[in-house]
Design a binder for this molecule. Structure first.
Ligand SMILES: NC(=O)c1ccc[n+]([C@@H]2O[C@H](COP(=O)([O-])OP(=O)(O)OC[C@H]3O[C@@H](n4cnc5c(N)ncnc54)[C@H](OP(=O)(O)O)[C@@H]3O)[C@@H](O)[C@H]2O)c1
Length: 328
């Protein structure tokens, strides 16, 4: 790898665009190649973002010798196939959330990366925001005593009838849980550092057979709890709270791209402001660059075993709410 991390972008959809814009705020990284299902889309994306190498399929991108690492930004149902394609071509991978459709797919990708000795990470970008480092530090320092409860929600309004997107398509892993519920599940996992031992969930499955709202209660083995909800029918509060025996941490909305948190302890409030440059996706891209330079194979912020465990919790939730995808 040279001085600058040479990124390959796999697909040309909405988040691929945001990620490439984010890279503009990373000094030692550049998008050098894009791969799409069509040459036309690859060319249009390349023209828009000044990306010189444009490939008419994902395999050509995976085999591009000028690419150091590939960002996989296809719908969830394709993450396994696309990530394995890149890893088998010898490329490290940053793969969008949710990492896969289910735990067994996640295990498959991780096994391929470990076998090949290549870097792999779920693009849970929220964990790399500066405010999340402060939050983790407060927890580690015991600023709120023993952590006992978490609450978090992420929902937005959308219109099923008019939406042809992956969001309402079971074949692409649609629904609220997979799209945005994952953020709150991942947040609870970040705080408790282990999977729950009990899960209770409820959902509304809409006409298009994906969950349009879901609520989840997670229980941990020392009695800790997390209460999470998600929706694609309505906007939610986007707050996250961590409650301990000695205080509370509030992450201001939207917590998943937050810059501000308040520590409440002994009746006193301490506010931490941690703004970031760029659109936030740059924070994870910077971390990946650092890992690659250090020769690390996975991230400290979101280790692979944790990603796999989160997919396992999603499996339990989907089982309880009756959300099945046709490819399973
Ligand atoms: N981190 C975040 O904040 C964030 C935000 C939004 C989404 N995401 C995640 O990123 C992934 C992509 O989401 P998105 O909103 O960018 O989706 P999108 O706008 O629908 O784009 C997905 C892209 O994947 C490619 N693709 C390959 N096979 C496809 C198929 N059968 N149907 C549709 N597209 C296909 C297409 O690119 P080509 O035609 O060029 O091949 C398409 O443009 C999802 O897993 C989602 O959860 C993350």
């Amino acid at each position: 790898m040279g001085d600058s991390v040479q990124w390959g972008i796999l697909s040309t959809g909405s988040i691929a665009r945001s990620f490439v814009k984010g890279l503009e705020a990373v000094p030692d990284a550049e998008p050098v190649a894009v791969g799409s299902r069509t040459q036309r889309a690859a060319d249009a994306f390349g023209d828009e973002f000044g990306i010189p190498r444009r490939h008419p399929n994902y395999a050509a991108l995976a085999n591009d010798p000028d690419v150091d690492v590939i960002y996989v930004a296809t719908p969830h149902s394709l993450h396994k196939e696309n990530s394995i394609l890149c890893l088998k071509a010898g490329k490290p991978v940053l793969c969008e959330k949710p990492f896969t459709i289910n735990r067994s797919e996640a295990e498959e990708i991780v096994a391929v990366a470990r076998e090949a000795g290549l870097f792999l990470m779920e693009a849970m970008w929220t964990r790399f925001l500066p405010i999340m480092y402060q939050v983790r530090q407060w927890i580690q320092d015991g600023a709120i005593g023993e952590v006992r409860m978490v609450s978090a929600d992420f929902g937005f309004g959308s219109t099923p009838g008019r939406t042809k997107s992956r969001l309402y398509d079971p074949a692409l892993g649609g629904g609220a849980l997979m799209d945005v519920g994952i953020y709150s599940l991942s947040f609870a996992s970040m705080v408790f550092r282990r999977p729950p031992s009990r899960v209770m969930s409820m959902a509304h499955i809409g006409e298009l057979e994906v969950d349009e709202q879901a609520g989840m209660m997670l229980g941990y083995d020392a009695g800790e709890m997390a209460m999470l909800f998600t929706s694609i029918q309505c906007g939610t509060t986007h707050w996250a709270h961590i409650m301990g025996t000695g205080g509370v941490i509030r992450i201001h909305p939207p917590y998943w791209r937050g810059t501000t948190a308040t520590l409440v302890r002994d009746g006193k409030e301490t506010v931490a402001e941690r703004p970031y440059d760029g659109n936030g996706y740059n924070c994870q891209a910077e971390a990946v660059g650092r890992y690659l330079r250090e020769g690390k194979l996975e991230s400290d912020e979101i280790p692979l075993d944790e990603t796999v465990a989160i997919m396992g919790t999603m499996d339990m939730i989907r089982d309880q709410i009756g959300l099945k995808f046709p490819m399973e």
